[in-house]
Each structure stands twice: as structure tokens, then as C-alpha cells.
Design a protein around this ligand. Structure first.
Ligand SMILES: [Zn+2]
Length: 202
């Protein structure tokens, strides 16, 4: 473990609350320090995930990962005190499969960054609906490629028609959730954290 001593670290990625279930956005004061989000790097320093500090400490203790950055807190357990990591790195390179995330309303909104894909309005989740680009009544399926975040006015305007039929256009082609999307989310989470920044912005 490195000998750096860091001062109090602020909460990270407050804009991204709820994006990663593992990284519940607790203020990292003592009791909640184990829930603080930790950036996980591959052996190659490529950011691959975010996990809770508790999980990160387990990976470090098992010798699977090493601490690259600390978050300024200590975990006191029995007779040892461990520095809580802010960034860890896997010691062995792992091939990351082109993981697909579960198709869900939450993940579609996440992919589309809570932005109506027709008019570009950013809304809270409750004010958005999902639109079938090719309407279900016309054979459209419920897939990553055919579902987009949509505001209610656009959804009403589009009705059971193809976008072009009503002069509407998608901001971008809907795609499955992939590592690229995950990296974008990690960047949102790490934007306010200096210790994450250098691994996420390059
Ligand atoms: Zn709209």
C-alpha cells in the first residue's frame, strides 16, 4: 500500500446517484465509509468498474487488487487499521467481455442520460416514458435498439407512427448498453474527484 496520506475526501459523483447499485452514494463519514464508491482499474490501468469500498477492501485483502489511491479514511477492525481505497487496480489483467446489461426502464433512461431522444429535453426519471421507435402495434419489439427515453409530449405526438411519418428524428441511433456507456457513467461519477480524474480523462 502506498504511504500517501490524504485529507478528507469529498463524496464523489454526486450527479450519478443510483447509477451503480454497488456504489451507493453515502457521505463517507465513518459508518458509511465502506459504502463509498471505489474506481476499479484493470491491470492495464483501464477503468472497468465501480464498486463499494467494502468490496474493494476484500479484493485488496485477497491479493486480487492493490490500492492505487486512498480516500482518506481508515477501516478499524480487530487489531488492524486499513486505509480505505478510492481507486484500486487488479493485479492480473482481465478480459472484459462485451457485457450486456439487463434491458430495463432504468437502464434505458441511464443509457439515454434521462434525455428525450426526440427533443433533447433532460427530465427526471418520473417525467420520462419509454418510446418504441417502431411502434409495437406495427411489429416493433422491446429491445435496446427499439426503445428510447421520451418525454410525454413527444410520445403523444408520435403516437403509433414511425418517427419520419410525423417529422420526428432520433438524436442518435439507440444501442445496447456497453462498456463505452459504462465508461461515460464512470466519468460522470468521477468528475468531481481528483483521484479518479487522472484515470478517467485521458
Ligand atoms: Zn421530447
Amino acid at each position: 500500500m502506498s504511504g500517501r496520506i490524504e485529507s478528507e475526501a469529498g463524496p464523489t459523483g454526486r450527479h450519478a446517484a443510483g447509477l451503480f447499485a454497488a456504489a451507493a452514494m453515502h457521505r463517507d463519514s465513518n459508518g458509511n465509509a465502506l459504502h463509498a464508491p471505489v474506481l476499479v482499474l484493470n491491470a492495464s490501468y483501464e477503468p472497468i468498474n465501480v464498486c463499494a469500498a467494502r468490496r474493494a477492501l476484500v479484493l485488496v485483502l485477497k491479493g486480487v487488487a492493490m490500492t492505487e489511491e486512498e480516500n482518506g479514511h481508515f477501516l478499524h477492525a480487530a487489531r488492524i487499521a486499513m486505509r480505505v481505497p478510492s481507486v484500486i487496480r487488479l493485479l492480473e489483467y482481465r478480459r472484459i467481455p462485451h457485457q450486456s446489461r439487463a434491458l430495463s426502464r432504468k437502464n434505458i433512461l441511464l443509457r439515454d442520460r434521462n434525455t428525450c431522444q426526440y427533443c433533447a429535453t433532460v427530465l427526471c426519471s418520473g417525467e420520462l416514458t419509454l418510446d418504441h421507435v417502431i411502434p409495437r402495434s406495427r411489429g416493433g419489439s422491446s429491445t435496446w435498439e427499439n426503445l428510447v427515453a421520451c418525454c410525454h409530449p413527444c410520445n403523444r405526438r408520435k403516437g403509433n407512427q414511425f418517427p419520419l411519418e410525423v417529422g420526428m428524428k432520433l438524436m442518435r441511433e439507440p444501442r445496447a448498453f456497453n462498456l463505452h456507456t459504462s465508461r461515460h457513467i464512470m466519468r460522470l461519477m468521477g468528475r468531481s474527484d481528483d483521484k479518479w480524474r487522472k484515470y478517467l480523462f485521458y
